[in-house]
Design a protein around this ligand. Structure first.
Ligand code: GDG
Length: 483
């Protein structure tokens, strides 16, 4: 029987070892969260890195890890500390990530890192080949594995290979600066179907294929080495029911069931009647626009002093890639900005910003989503942004306003949100005021549309549509070949 294999850089789990005992917990992150419901059906095998370095495991531990991940329907690719430095922190996160998000000044092009990227993609290919036969369906995820489709296609020409990019694909003018642009495009073209979050990313990719590889494209199809490759947009959704139902259950909690965080949030709201809360949640990443957001909030307090003591900004920044220098600088900048703004505006009874630098359990995420009146999500660039969607899904009484950057892929489907340009502080300040003063009827009207759409295009639907399109692409290929 043909199998379906999911491949991503990280397995969707976190393994902790203490006294030679393993503890496995599900991990945090856009992809892990999104694909979980597909994988939970148990019919797929997920291949990726376990999160543990090769040199930290002896033979016995390696066996234990392999067995433990196998029970979760996963298989682990082994990576060394050097692989991580050069492939993950290096080429993936100091070359591809900044370049694809238009941060050219942060982009390093280093041959050692490129060589490592190729080697690690080969390691992934070997593991995939070990677990697949020619008729299988293989769904590869994200920018760490751009070369993998071609490596597999060469040896499994009849496998159906899908590739989905979770981050933006940049315009040709930006992509062309990449020294290894041709190899990367050819790597991706090993897939039969290439998926992007938005039509713009799809268009950018097709344009690079035409101009760099000089290939003909016909609408969204590319003819390449006797195959027809389809390119399409599949905006990723969320597990709407999970967030919505968690919020309903949250609303029914009695005092004893409430988390400490919720009790603190309640105390704040009770002690300041009419006070409003603004929320943002993201990994601490320069693409997410956290310093801009803080400066815009500071400007808002300057421009509209009537909101001082009346609003609180809850900023949750989840630690991320802290080995990369730019992320360390961003942490410093964020800490300083929060300190400066709190120092400038705080009173005896009020601190404008509550800043959390940590990851929180799911229950606390629901506490925050359901307690905050406004979600302020202002990335400079973002492939999609699932937090924006999750916030809306938890608003069971349809109150709450989403202020969202136009630069997030999510903005393309969330027109009823208040859309802003993350570089325009004047606009952000005015929009915040508008959000905080918006009548509940208007909030409900906007959120009703958003919720309907999110419920309909849930993550299951997204995965289902992608896999359906992948099957259709392969059928199309077989028809063309047998003609
Ligand atoms: C990439 C792209 C694209 C966050 N903090 C905690 C936590 N989270 C969960 C959120 C959400 C996910 O992590 C973050 O997803 P995003 O989409 O916002 O952002 P990235 O991590 O940058 O994801 C992005 C995504 O891939 C999918 O394609 O949308 O554009 O950059 O689900 O809920 N979860 C828990 N605790 C936290 O502290 N439990």
């Amino acid at each position: 029987m043909n199998k379906t294999i999911i491949v991503s850089n990280r397995l969707p789990l976190q393994i902790d070892i203490s006294n030679d005992k393993l503890r496995i917990t599900p991990s945090v992150g856009g992809l892990a969260t999104g694909m979980k419901s597909v994988h939970e059906e148990g019919k797929t095998l997920w291949i990726g890195w376990s999160g543990l370095k090769e040199e930290d495991l002896d033979d016995t531990l390696t066996r234990k890890v392999d067995q433990a991940v196998a029970q979760e329907h996963c298989a682990a690719v082994s990576l060394t500390g050097k692989d991580l430095d050069n492939f993950y922190y290096g080429f993936s996160n100091r070359t591809l990530w900044p370049l694809f998000h238009y941060f050219m000044e942060y982009t390093y092009f280093e041959n050692i890192q490129w060589e490592s990227y190729k080697r690690v993609n080969r390691k992934f290919a070997d593991m995939v080949l070990k677990h697949t036969d020619d008729g299988d369906t293989i769904w590869i995820h994200d920018y760490q594995l751009l070369l993998l489709p071609e490596l597999i296609k060469r040896e499994r020409p009849n496998a159906s290979i899908g590739f989905f990019l979770h981050i933006p694909f940049p315009s040709y003018e930006v992509f062309r600066t990449m020294p290894w642009r041709e190899e990367l495009l050819r790597g991706m073209l090993g897939a039969d179907l290439l998926g992007f979050h938005t039509y713009d990313y799809e268009r950018h990719f097709l344009s690079s294929v035409r101009r760099i590889l000089r290939l003909d494209t016909h609408f969204n199809e590319i003819s390449y080495e006797g195959r027809t490759i389809r390119v399409d947009s599949f905006p990723m959704g969320i597990d709407y029911r999970k967030f919505h139902n968690a919020a309903i259950a949250h609303g029914r909690q009695n005092e004893a069931q409430k988390s400490d965080l919720q009790k603190r949030l309640d105390t704040h709201l009770l002690s300041t009647p009419g006070a409003k809360m603004i929320l943002s949640i993201d990994r601490l990443d320069y693409t997410k626009g956290i310093p801009n957001r803080l400066r815009a909030f500071e400007y808002f307090l300057e421009k509209y002093p009537q909101f001082r003591e009346k609003v609180r900004f809850v900023l949750l920044a989840v630690p991320s890639r802290s080995n990369v220098p730019q992320y360390q600088l961003l942490k410093k900048e964020t800490d300083e900005l929060v300190g400066r703004i709190n120092g400038r505006f705080s009173s005896v009874s009020w601190t404008p910003i509550w800043y959390f630098y940590r990851s929180m359990p799911f229950e606390n995420l629901i506490d925050l989503y359901t307690s905050c009146d406004v979600a302020l999500i202002t990335p400079i660039r973002d492939g999609m942004n699932l937090v924006a969607k999750e916030y809306i899904a938890t608003r069971v009484d349809q109150s709450g306003i989403l202020v969202l950057s136009e630069m997030a892929g999510a903005a393309k489907e969330m027109n009823e949100a208040l859309l802003i340009n993350p570089n325009n502080f004047e606009q952000i300040a005015d929009t915040l005021k508008r959000a905080l003063e918006m009548p509940v009827e208007e909030q409900a009207e906007r959120n009703a549309f958003l919720q309907q759409r999110l419920e309909r295009y849930s993550v299951d639907k997204w995965a289902g549509e992608f896999l359906k399109a992948l099957r259709a692409t392969r059928k199309l290929h077989h028809v063309m070949v047998s003609r």
